[in-house]
Write a protein that binds this ligand. Structure first.
Ligand code: SIN
Ligand code: FE
Length: 325
């Protein structure tokens, strides 16, 4: 049985203007057919933000924007700068990750790994404080998930097309069904050598879904129960999760889509933090090295505008509920 959402078909690129980061806050409305980029002048992980602004930021995020904070960086303590080296990776896992207190994907002595875990844990606390300050409405709902430290280059590793994050995609996890809950991610480029992290972002979720959904194979009756019984998935995969995996696969495997769909390049300088709903924003990491990332899950009840969520959009397009009660 295929464990994936599945695409009926199988299988970089044009650059566009850099994001403007002039002034405390600017909204780029020049390209409505691609993901909007909103720049915020926030300089602190625990900022005090007027309520009207927090509401506006949440609406922009929920509408599918990437919020970029070019003046907010994560500072390494002097004895942590040694971690800016790929030798701390175990060479097998793509990322070093912290899940609760357990660190994975790292290599080193016990004291070093404990110090590395403390550093990643500090980023997790900062990223969570930032999300709480920027979007106070979400605060009671936040479910902190994995934190990752990514010492490897974003491009150049030999991976299958499915795992190739240099291709445009929305995030969907084969083993961890979300059943419609949102995937909110905070990223920070911590490169010490001046290297930008370069992303491409793509068209809005609904346009992408309308284009690619016809190529997603239908779910087979009994498939979800089977995957769960075999422990392929943690919990039951919903039809929504199946469609999201299918969209992820169809986008990545379609080289014409990768080349020709609406997109723009975004360059994140070292010392920049950015936030998006990565289940909604079409994104691809073209290059860059050394990044921290925090994943948080958010139930739909937390949103101002649940109608703009991927679940609501896919249910509107398909005309039926996609998550069983
Ligand atoms: C991804 O989430 O697809 C990768 C982002 C990155 O590595 O910059
Ligand atoms: Fe991704």
């Amino acid at each position: 049985m295929r464990a994936r959402g599945g695409c009926l078909a199988d299988g970089v690129l044009g650059a566009s203007p850099l994001i403007p980061v002039d002034g405390p806050r600017s909204v780029d409305t020049s390209a409505p057919t691609v993901t909007p980029i909103v720049t915020l002048g926030v300089e602190d992980w625990r900022p005090v933000i007027p309520a009207a602004d927090t509401e506006r930021y949440a609406h922009e995020l929920e509408a599918g924007a990437v919020l970029v904070l070019p003046r907010l960086t994560f500072v390494f303590a002097p004895d942590e700068t040694r971690f800016l080296n790929v030798r701390w990776s175990d060479g097998k896992a793509k990322n070093i990750s912290l899940d609760g207190t357990s660190i994975r994907g790292a290599a080193g002595g016990a004291d070093d790994l404990a110090a590395l875990a403390r550093m990643i844990g500090r980023f997790a606390a900062d990223a969570t404080a930032l999300v709480t300050a920027l979007f106070p409405r979400y605060a009671p709902w936040l479910k902190r998930a994995r934190t990752s430290y990514r010492p490897h280059g974003a491009a150049g590793r030999a991976v299958s097309w499915r795992k190739d994050d240099t291709r445009l995609h929305v995030d969907a996890f084969p083993s961890r069904p979300t059943r419609g809950e949102r995937i909110l991610r905070v990223f920070c480029n911590v490169n010490p050598f001046g290297e930008e992290r370069v992303w491409r972002v793509g068209e809005p979720f609904e346009a992408m879904a309308r284009r690619l959904l016809p190529a997603v194979r239908p779910m087979i009756p009994g498939e979800a129960a089977c995957l769960s019984a075999l422990h392929v998935t943690r919990g039951r995969r919903s039809e929504y999760d199946h469609m999201m995996l299918g969209l992820h696969d169809c986008a990545k495997s379609d080289l014409d889509y990768q080349r020709a769909s609406p997109q723009r390049e975004v360059r994140f300088a070292p010392g920049t933090t950015w936030i998006c709903f990565s289940d909604q924003v079409m994104h691809a990491a073209a290059s860059g090295q050394y990044m921290l990332e925090q994943t948080t899950h958010l139930p739909l009840d937390a949103l101002y505008e649940p109608r703009s969520s991927p679940l609501a959009i896919l249910e509107r397009i398909s005309g039926r509920p996609l998550v069983a009660a």
